[in-house]
Design a protein. Structure first.
Length: 274
């Protein structure tokens, strides 16, 4: 008990140095002007935020948001039944291990491996041609479809693990009791199982939606110049254009949007639980 306050101080110091201080510097830089030598300089200006209402930014933002929502929906659609079957399986530990194993390798390497599957003469086109499903190879790479596949592939475990953790705490005797009382399958699912696993769904959606809006290497590798998302825009503003104030403003706005989405998810989750 005596060490607890000291441990809290360590946590506060760590958060202050590596979280709040960098965010504060980015926030300040977002109001400064671009400088070719020092990257940022006075005077303070709102031009960086005014640029965020341009058609270019709005187009990239809504494309990123749409792709992130679709990614989250597909991950949930696949992960929820998969998690249920997994926890009811006798080989649960082995299956969970198979999900975790990809984390042992770099996600960038896994993304590059998808190129061998999606490219013009890749594995997917070869299979489709073999079974005469298509007559000519499809141009799948360097498209929003390829980016979507890459996001779902890389973020799927982030949806599965919270749902599995939540389902493992569910008392399946409630389902047996409901069936004994005459409840049909839909009633059991909608009134008993789903409400008791909603926390896992919300956690999984957050862990997929937030990274899906900010990842930059997946659109860069699989989408190329045709699929520029918010993460790519911020990367270019900092590293290519060296416009740190504009990149900071975009980062601040994206952070605020993600915090708003987090608050909405938490409120909806609280309402469902009550």
């Amino acid at each position: 008990m005596k060490n607890r306050p000291f441990s809290l101080y360590i946590i506060y110091i760590w958060l202050g140095l590596f979280c709040f201080l960098p965010l504060g510097l980015v926030f300040i830089a977002s109001f400064l002007s671009k400088d070719s030598i020092y990257l940022v300089s006075l005077p303070f200006t709102l031009d960086n935020y005014k640029a965020l209402i341009s058609p270019l930014f709005l187009n990239v933002f809504f494309r990123s948001l749409t792709l992130a929502i679709i990614t989250t929906f597909l991950c949930l659609l696949l992960a929820y039944p998969f998690s249920y079957l997994l926890i009811r399986s006798k080989h649960q530990s082995i299956l969970i291990l198979l999900i975790i194993i990809p984390f042992w390798t770099s996600s960038l390497i896994r993304t590059y491996s998808l190129m061998a599957i999606l490219k013009f003469r890749g594995l997917l086109n070869a299979v489709l041609l073999k079974f005469h499903i298509i007559d000519t190879p499809l141009s799948l790479l360097y498209s929003n479809f390829a980016v979507l596949i890459g996001l779902v592939y890389n973020l799927f475990p982030f949806m599965v693990l919270p749902i599995i953790t939540n389902m493992e705490r569910f008392d399946f005797r409630l389902i047996e009791a409901a069936r004994d009382l005459g409840a049909n399958k839909w009633t059991v699912f909608s009134k008993i199982f789903l409400p008791n696993t909603i926390n896992g769904i919300v956690s999984g959606c957050l862990m997929v939606l937030l990274p899906a809006m900010t990842l930059f290497y997946i659109p860069a590798v699989l989408g190329g110049a045709r699929s520029v998302l918010l993460g790519n825009m911020i990367q270019d503003q900092f590293l290519v254009l060296e416009d740190w104030p504009q990149g900071s403003a975009t980062s601040v706005l994206l952070t605020l949007i993600l915090l708003l989405l987090l608050a909405i998810f938490r409120r909806q989750n609280s309402e469902v639980m009550h």
